[in-house]
Design a protein around this ligand. Sequence first.
Ligand code: HEM
Ligand SMILES: CC(C)=CCC/C(C)=C/CC/C(C)=C/COP(=O)(O)OP(=O)(O)O
Length: 312
Amino acid sequence: MNKVETTSTQILHNSEKNENTTTLWMDLKALLKVGIINSNVMTAFAGFWLALYFTGASFTDHLVTLLFAMIGTALVIAGACVLNNYYDRDIDPVMQRTKTRPTVTGSIPLAYILLLGILLSILGVVLLALTTIQAAIFGLIGWFAYFVLYTIWSKRRYTINTAIGSLSGAVPPVIGWTAVEPQLDIIPIALFLIMFIWQTPHFLALAMKKSEDYRKAGIPMLPVVYGFPITKRQIVVYVACLLPLPFYLYSLGKVFIILATLLNVGWLILGVRGFYSKDDLKWAHGMFMYSLFYLTIFFISMVLLTFLPVVS
Ligand code: HEM
Ligand SMILES: CC(C)=CCC/C(C)=C/CC/C(C)=C/COP(=O)(O)OP(=O)(O)O
């Protein structure tokens, strides 16, 4: 084979290989739900950081703890997400949003996916146990709440599935805190409550957008069973319940309280406007996008504000 032919064959082979590599990477990202893992590790880090700050523990003395806590949290969440996708392999083909997952396309053998979910979960809990036993226990609680109480028990049966799923998503900040300070106090409890309440508007807005998909898959999300008006009311009530919660974090200072309250009031105004909106799906998309903006600003500002000379 002459030089030119070899080169062009190689280019073709490399581009196919590259495509397969990209496809495998995209499959793994979808399987692990990397977007949800990243943001849950962010809330776990905030819990970790605030534990250092309020106990006066040194950051440099806790570098290994930080590594085990963050990687452990990511792995136990990844394991739960992989097992959730494995369990939902019968309904995911029905929904536009989930039908390209490897559990549906078969691009990764199901046996490997099941094994991966189990191994990631075990490894994650072991790493958390290397910080404190309390962090490992909360990791197990989050895993159980997500994979057993939400995915297996409530997701396909009850509209309250979202509140049950929220128990799991509220655990990561507590994992981060207890990796440093096994004793709970008002700070991790407030972070748990904020995450618990935040998830319902975050998800119900999305459930409105995807309600036809969920109806086809037979999943009893609130907007599927009771319609948009009730869902909009629930979303606004939950957002209103966020208003008092930043005041439990008063020890973070006035700047944080003002910022967090502005975030809450902004979300509430956007929520109430939904009662007068002509385009429910556009409004729901705005509420969902605001939930991600809220989460990021809320948790990053908590950490950054501890660098202020005096947290006033
Ligand atoms: C009841 C609990 C929750 C439910 C039902 C839920 C559901 C969802 C769904 C279905 C999506 C769309 C994913 C897709 O496009 O395939 C999503 C996206 C997202 N969720 Fe949640 N979620 C919950 C809790 C959380 C928590 C606790 C966090 C973070 C701390 C979070 C962060 C995100 C992020 C960052 C995205 C956008 C990135 C992505 O699509 O991967 N969610 N959520
Ligand atoms: C410590 C620990 C394990 C914490 C769990 C953190 C976590 C994964 C929170 C998200 C919870 C949730 C209900 C996600 C949606 O699943 P879904 O099945 O409704 O989403 P899908 O339709 O996209 O599959």
